[in-house]
Ligand binder design. Sequence first.
Ligand code: KG4
Length: 340
Amino acid sequence: MADIILGIESSCDDTSAAVISDGYLLSNVIASQQVHKDYGGVVPELASRAHQQNIVPVVSQALEKAGVKASDLTAIAFTRGPGLLGSLLVGTSFAKALSLSLDIPMVMVNHLQGHVLASFIRQEGKPVCEPSFPYLCLLVSGGNSQIVKVSGPLEYEILGQTIDDAVGEAFDKCSKMLGLGYPGGPVIDRLAKSGDPEKFHFAKPHVPGLDYSFSGIKTSLLYFVRDEMAKDPQFMEKNKEDICASFQKTLIDILMDKLIKASKQTGIREITIGGGVSANSGLRERIVSEGKKRRWNTYLPEFKFTTDNAAMIAVAGWFHYRAGERAPLDIAPVSRMADF
Ligand code: KG4
């Protein structure tokens, strides 16, 4: 009999539920919260309230779309953390209640594992395209910038990570600073497409090993725009696209320099990316072009699996389930988790 797993994701501002059957995706429903747009960032209290409103309809829709009854489920996988505590609490409590009422086990998933394993989401009618172990995952989101060595579905080693801001934070904060809106990544990505990436140059950090730093580039951009605006108040308006393209290229250069170094050091040529920033078109193009040059096998998740979604939680949960792991009913969500 197939393992049918319901995945539940509620770590930040997306309420999502997905159903997979032996790793094949049957449904993936995401309710993105619009309520935060006016505030320029996620408001935790509003996020948990919206999750409470969304969780029942989202799970019902996921089951309906999958053509599965709740009584057909084998197990429930939920995001335990890291994330916003109030948001996580909604998904975790819902998973517990459902597990108790259906008398089926639940498994906990570290949200970051979901991103790292997103390439393993199988879809009917599409070729299976999964990295072989060990592989390197460039995990880039609003909260993380890491290079993770994945030796097995549940075996991880963080080779490098940011010592300050995450790269998504750099996109978001700089977009806000430039008056371009929130979330910054997609806006900068769009404007960068019609800009010249070589027009302006921003200082790159010198961080030893495979670690990253993204706080300095923010300051570099701030001073640059401030100085130019003092000379010409229209500077920003006239050069928006070029600033975005040059800024984005600098971030991608920083990310790629360390990824290339990690691949050389480990001898690993299986490369994946994950997390919200992996939707960035410039980064995706660069991974593919560097991959061709360096004989890497590259695996890019589909756009719908780059941002927060329950399909990746269901797949990661399935690995945990098959490893015999079970979460107790008194389990509590955690905003921070020990690395993987
Ligand atoms: O993984 P995610 O949905 O949430 C967490 O941080 O957990 O990532 C959100 C981040 C935001 O910083 C957003 O600006 C960034 O992903 N992002 C992008 C793009 N789409 C989303 N960054 C660059 N280019 C994009 N196209």
